[in-house]
Design a protein around this ligand. Sequence first.
Ligand code: GTR
Length: 416
Amino acid sequence: MKRLYLLLFICLASNMTAYSQVFVANYDESKVPGYTLPRVLAFTDGSAITQRGEWEKRRDEILDIFSKEVYGVSPNWDGEMTATEVSSAEVGKAIRKEIKLTLHRKGKTVDMYLLLFMPHQQTPAPVFLGLNFYGNHTLSDDEEVLVTQSWMRDNKDLGIENNRASAKSRGMRMPNWPVEDIVEKGYGLASLYYGEIDPDFDDGFQNGVHGLFDQHRDESSWGSVAAWAWGLSRVMDYLVTLPGVDANKVAVLGHSRLGKAALWAGATDPRFSLIISNNSGCGGAALSRRRFGETVEKINTSFPHWFTDSFKRYNGREDELPVDQHQLLATLAPRPLYIASGEDDQWADPRGEFLGGVEASPAYEIYQKTGIPTTEFPPVNQPVMGHIGYHIRSGGHGLLGYDWQQFLKFADMHWK
Ligand code: GTR
C-alpha cells in the first residue's frame, strides 16, 4: 500500500513539474526584460571599430561564433553536382523549367528539384531564390511540375498524408509566389522544396544532405537551418553557370524557418547579393535577448534539430549568448537586406525584428551606407527602405502579395 502511495506521489509530483514548465510566451512590451546587446562595432575586448578592415576582421569572428554556437559548422562541398532538365515550357512571359540537381559524394546521392521561371529577354536576369514549404507543384498549376517524393509533414487541407505530398495541393501556393509580377519586372524566380535538402524532422541527421557526410557530430555540428542554407549555396553553384542568370544579382529569400535559413545562407555565402527575411523571428532577424514571443528555450525544445546542441546552453540564458541576431544581420553589410514582419505575427516579435535591423545599421555605415533610415518603429503598411528595408504589414504569419510588392520595389531600388 505504502508503495502505491509513493508511486502516486511520484506521478503527481512529476505532473506538477511538467505543468509548471508549460511555456507562456510574453506578448507584453512592458515585460520585456532589460538587456544589453553586444555592440556591433566593437571587438570582444570592447575596443571600438572605425575602419572597414577592422570590421571585416570582426565580422569573420562573429560568423565563426554563429557557426559554433547557433547554426552549426557546415562542411565544405567537395562532392560533385549534376544537373538534368526534367521539363521546360513557355508559360505566359516566362520560360519555366524544372531541373534535377543531384549531389554526389562518396557513393551517396541527394536529389533536389529546382523550379525556375525566367523572363524572355536577351540580357541576363536577376533572380530571387527561395525555398518552398510544400513542393514545387504548389507554385504552379502546370501538371508537368513534379510532386516531390520527399518526406513532408502531414496536412489534410493540402492533401499531405503518410508524409507524402499529393497533386491535391497543386497550385495552392501560387498566391504566395507571384511569378507573373516577378517576371514582368524582368526578374527570375528559382525555388525548391526545403525537405529535399533536409527533411524537417529530428532523425539524428541521417537523411538529407547531412547524410552525404561521415558524421562525427559534436555540439557545434550543423543543424537543419544550416543544412537548408548550405543547400541554397549548392543551388547558387548551379545558377551561376546559367548564361540567362545575372550572377551578381541573385537574391536569397525565405519565410519563417526558411527566413532563418535565408539569413544564414546570406551570411555564409557572399554570392547572394540581396537578402530577404520574411517573418523569420527567433533565430532569424529578431533579437533573442528580448524574449518576446518565441524564445531560445522554446525553439530549441520544439525543434531540437534546427540549431546546434551548443545553442541549447542558452535556453533561458539569452544574456549569456556571445552574439545576438543583430550581429548576424550586420555581417550582411553592405549588401541590401530586407526584413518583413506581420502585425499579428507576435510569435516572431515584429519589433524585435525591426530592432535587429536598427542595431545592425552601424555596420552599413562603415561602408557609407544607411541601414534602416529610421530608429522609430514604422506604422503598419508603411515600409522604410535604406540599404536595410523594413515593413510591418497588416495580417499574420505568411509570405503574401504585399510582401512581394515591397521586395520587388527594394530590388528595383538596388538593382536598376
Ligand atoms: C514555428 C516556429 C517559428 C517559425 C515557424 C515556421 O512553429 O516556432 O520559429 O519558424 O514555425 O517556420 O513557420
